[in-house]
Design a binder for this molecule. Sequence first.
Ligand SMILES: C[S@@+](CC[C@H](N)C(=O)[O-])C[C@H]1O[C@@H](n2cnc3c(N)ncnc32)[C@H](O)[C@@H]1O
Length: 305
Amino acid sequence: MSQELLSLGQASQWASDYLDRPVTTSNISYLIQYAKIKKYLDEEKKIKIKLNELKKYYDEHLVKKEESWKSQLGDDLNWGLSFSNLRESDTTKHVHRLHPYKGKFIPQLVEYFLDSHLNDYKKQIFFKEGNTILDPFMGSGTTLVQSSELGLHSIGIDISDFNCMISRVKLDEYDIFKLSYTLKNILSQTINFSNKVFDDSFDLELKERLSDFNKKYFPNPEFKRKVHKGEIEEEEYGEEKLKQFLKENKKFFEKNGTKDKTILLDEKKMSSFLSKWFSKRVRQELFYYLKLIENEKDEKIKNIM
Ligand SMILES: C[S@@+](CC[C@H](N)C(=O)[O-])C[C@H]1O[C@@H](n2cnc3c(N)ncnc32)[C@H](O)[C@@H]1O
């Protein structure tokens, strides 16, 4: 039984029953893609996974975690507050998805303390509709958004200008039609600019060359598994392969893909981060897009863009 091979559908069904929460086939595919579990192919070349390997993964990562905390905290542990039963789509519901801020609260945790339910652990209601809540470290504004959902007033403070901007964007009211029109407009202007300056065939060929190279030297998921086992030192290997790719394609890069150099933007003011990580075409598109945003008169729309 434990060596049983399961299809993705059967694995998602089994895992949902085992963990008592929905586990989708995409969740299982994610485990394969990131080399957390191995994939096998049956005679018809369909993907299969071993039940014992899947169970071992969940036992080590989820079930044992709960047991370990229980042994430390005993009956004081309210495991429900780990919200480990929630899917990523629940914890990033509506505006919480706007920015992937790593340090944010799980919104359901905030809701738990702000709303008016009581249970064996929560024996007191802390807020009533119309009250005001202050979050002096609001980060990306999770507390403020949840307060607004529950009809509470809120004030947020943060030392980081960027985090204040994320929170403002989530909490402001917008003229959706104007916003949608403005966004489409600057997007189409950026596409026109890019098409005028750059040659698509260069990008298509670069994509193909990169894809062939990656398939050869970074096969998925074998590469990640080797890194996981310590057989490959990822950073060193990556640097070496980058040099190899640039060397093998030196002639091709000399073409550089530019159709009309006369309207290229001056990149001197661009941050070194952009210059290091993005190709010339992407850098120029981003820079052009930023210029259009800077020209926007409506401050709210400018912020959300
Ligand atoms: C872990 S984050 C809070 C995340 C937030 N609960 C959320 O859900 O997005 C902590 C925040 O505290 C802010 N912070 C740190 N020191 C601060 C200070 N002295 N005054 C105001 N904010 C500060 C940081 O900029 C950061 O955004």
